[in-house]
Design a protein around this ligand. Structure first.
Ligand SMILES: [Zn+2]
Length: 482
């Protein structure tokens, strides 16, 4: 934290939420807030003795003191009028009227800190009753998605806007546009693979497809034929394309990179109506050990039925830790299921240090409006949570869904790089996800090709590529605990 530039922030009071939001906004612009309370009538005295650049966070513009930057405070989180200002942001800049000059001071006419809090803490997801089939928040109910802001990291953009105002108005350099927070690199990309399936050539699957085929014979002959052909195609394969942990390991070694493998840790191989795998299987346990020994990370992939039940999660975590032979520190939930803020609280109780579930199951981009990691927050208990959220910005299956008929290697690379460009621009650190069963030539040749191209391309940029635990470590070295 020592490198951050101190900025005095004045207000007649600061709530915990406000301090959390200001801290988060400030680290993006290479600054640290000194929180200063203004006593009534004491404005002049406080501001005039000032050496550091300053900012006033106030409900009403203060006209008795000039040459300040003032941000107008709204006590309500995510107030309608503030959200209205953001609604058209995808079409260009903020309206000019939002930022005004008053008696030599710059007045930001909306509460950008409360907005940052609203997006980071995922306040809109607190309301229940918006879930999909798997009880997940739907992106069509999401403010950012419905206003085409999902690929704009709005919290980061607002932070940079404030940073520019401070630099310009106080004639001081914060240097946030050039800052390299990630082991001396401008941005960081964490590579991750959720391991949902490891056995494609499976009797259980053939029986399932056979039954599906039989059921559909009368209704749709073609569909039935497809099921039977699928069985024959898989039986004929000499090798199982889902058993590819060593292929990914080899690819990582050849490229001098490492990645995070999120494993389910089930006792039985069938779960959730699908063929999964047992974590205690000898071959799997051996592969896990080897991945770990060769600098890749093993993380926990919690089953969707478990995420609200700490006792089940404890068992899953213990089983996984027994397999890998060390403490597991990171988690991503299966189906990207997440309940705010309870899932963060449970993760903290489990001793997990980071989560990387925060991406949409049906869209790409920045679900919390940011390409920066941030600590979770419980807006009900009004507490920061010591679990670092590493935003998940791209998932393979989502690309199938949004690119649809246009899905090919180039389209996958282009879409991914559009998002990566934003991360580079704002100096963030994010996770990308390619499941192991997507990194195979047989079923997803375009994905496998695209993934290799993306890695090759990343190697030409000023980026740290590695595990998500690596991002957590770099964060702690740079910014510390919450
Ligand atoms: Zn999964």
């Amino acid at each position: 934290m020592k490198a951050l530039k101190p900025i005095n922030v004045y207000s007649d009071d600061f709530s915990k939420k406000e301090k959390y939001a200001i801290t988060n906004v400030f680290i993006r612009i290479n600054a640290k807030a000194n929180f200063c309370i203004i006593r009534p009538g004491g404005e002049g005295k406080y501001f005039k003795s000032e050496h550091n650049p300053s900012l006033i966070y106030t409900r009403k513009p203060i006209i008795t003191y000039d040459k300040s930057i003032q941000v107008l405070k709204n006590d309500e989180i995510g107030k309608e009028s503030d959200l209205d200002i953001i609604k058209n942001y995808s079409k260009g800049k903020l309206e000019n009227t939002c930022i005004d000059m008053l008696n030599g001071s710059v007045v930001v006419g909306f509460d950008l800190f409360k907005l940052a809090f609203y997006f980071l803490a995922r306040v809109e997801e607190y309301e229940t009753g918006n879930g999909d089939l798997y009880d997940r928040f739907k992106s069509q109910n999401d403010f950012l998605c419905t206003h085409a802001l999902n690929i704009i990291p709005i919290v980061d953009e607002l932070s940079y806007l404030l940073g520019d105002l401070i630099e310009e108005h106080h004639k001081t350099a914060l240097n946030f546009r050039a800052k390299k927070n990630w082991n001396g690199h401008r941005f960081a990309v964490g590579l991750s693979h959720d391991i949902d399936r490891l056995k494609g050539k499976s009797i259980a699957r053939y029986i399932y497809w056979g039954l599906k085929g039989l059921i559909s014979i009368r209704r749709n002959k073609n569909e039935a034929k497809n099921y039977f052909n699928q069985i024959i195609r898989w039986i004929k394969l000499a090798e199982d394309p889902y058993w590819n942990l060593y292929d990914i390991l080899k690819f990582n070694e050849q490229n001098g990179i490492s990645s995070t493998f999120f494993f389910l840790s089930l006792r039985n191989f069938i779960a959730d109506g699908e063929r999964r795998y047992r974590i205690n299987n000898r071959n799997i346990a051996q592969a896990i050990k080897e991945l770990d020994q060769k600098n890749n990370e093993i993380g926990m992939h919690a089953l969707n039925h478990s995420i609200d039940h700490i006792d089940r999660l404890k068992r899953e975590k213990e089983r996984l830790e027994n397999a890998v032979g060390k403490e597991v520190l990171g988690i991503r939930n299966h189906y990207l299921k997440f309940h705010f803020p309870d899932t963060w609280k449970i993760d903290q109780q489990l001793g997990l240090k980071y989560d990387s579930t925060l991406g949409w199951q049906d869209n790409v981009g920045f679900r919390a409006g940011t390409c920066w990691p941030f600590f979770g927050y419980d807006a009900v208990a009004d507490n920061s949570i010591n679990v670092l959220e590493i935003p998940l910005v791209i998932m393979d299956g989502v690309l199938d869904h949004i690119l649809s008929a246009d899905l090919n290697c180039n389209a996958i690379v282009d879409k991914t790089l559009t998002i990566i460009d934003k991360v580079e621009n704002y100096g963030g650190a994010v996770a990308v996800l390619w499941h192991n069963d997507y990194l195979n030539q047989l079923e997803h040749p375009e994905h496998w090709k695209a993934y290799k191209e993306i890695i090759n391309h990343l190697k030409t940029r000023d980026v740290s590529i590695g595990t998500l635990l690596g991002i957590h470590k770099m964060w702690l070295a740079q910014f510390g605990e919450p």
